[in-house]
Design a protein around this ligand. Structure first.
Ligand code: CTP
Ligand code: CA
Length: 228
């Protein structure tokens, strides 16, 4: 049995992981959301707990159960996620933003259900930008020597490859590490396997990992430990 026990190399550390996808209300029954299941974030939380960390999991609408032995803070919206992550990050050694956070939210969520107009015309929905939690954490540095990690789900497009978009994002965000994850074509969202490149804040590749989301999670914590 002892051989099944891995390293406790995160013992004594507090880590914060955000997972899942935010939901931004339009009215009491409708929201703008995304397809993030939370599997990668849950795997990160499980791996950190197995390695001895105290784990705070800020959980946005998970499609999978949270692991045992972690402190779960449930949230719905990007604003709630921001508050919960920042509160937990004050004494955290690492913060990993695996959640898919809405970039925009409806400007004026309605208190009552929006009724169908019935005249053949469609209403327009005004949006406002949300706060970029990762960029803000990287800028504010709530605690000394805290390792701030982002995730970037990318598809290549006419403007660049997955890696090119990842590099640009690493430079833009200011995080210590950015885990770049290729999505689309059945990869990434909702699946049990993952394929990632870990970049540092200058966009240099510091690690690659492929395999289960648990394998990727352990590779991310290895990269975090290498920086702390
Ligand atoms: N993120 C965040 N707050 C937001 C939006 C994103 O903290 N309001 C975080 C995500 O949790 C992730 C990282 O930023 O760790 C990258 O998210 P992504 O959506 O890939 O980056 P964006 O800058 O929003 O770029 P785009 O959606 O245009 O690809
Ligand atoms: Ca985004």
């Amino acid at each position: 049995a002892l051989a099944l026990v891995g390293p406790r190399d995160l013992a004594g550390r507090h880590v914060v992981v955000s997972a899942g996808g935010t939901r931004e209300p339009l009215d009491p029954v409708r929201f703008l959301g995304n397809r993030s299941s939370g599997r990668q974030g849950v795997a990160l939380a499980r791996a950190a707990a197995a390695r001895g960390a105290r784990v705070t999991l800020v959980a946005a609408n998970l499609a999978v159960p949270a692991p045992p032995a972690v402190d779960v803070v449930p949230v719905e919206t990007a604003a709630q996620l921001r508050d919960a992550v920042r509160a937990a990050a004050k004494d955290a050694d690492a913060v990993v933003m695996a959640a898919a956070v809405a970039d925009y939210r409806p400007a004026t969520p309605q208190d009552a259900k929006i009724k169908k107009r019935g005249d053949g015309a469609a209403p327009a929905i005004a949006l406002v930008e949300t706060v970029d939690v990762l960029a803000e954490l990287a800028h504010d540095r709530l605690r000394d020597r805290q390792v701030v990690v982002g995730f970037a789900a990318e598809t290549g497009d006419a403007d660049g490859s997955v890696l090119e978009h990842g590099r640009a994002k690493a430079l833009r965000k200011g995080a210590d590490l950015l885990v770049v994850n290729a999505v689309g074509d059945g990869r990434g969202f909702g699946t049990d396997v993952n394929d990632v490149v870990v970049l540092d804040g200058r966009g240099e590749v510091v690690a690659t990992a492929a395999g289960s989301k648990d394998d990727v999670a352990h590779a991310v914590w290895d990269a975090v430990l290498a920086r702390s």
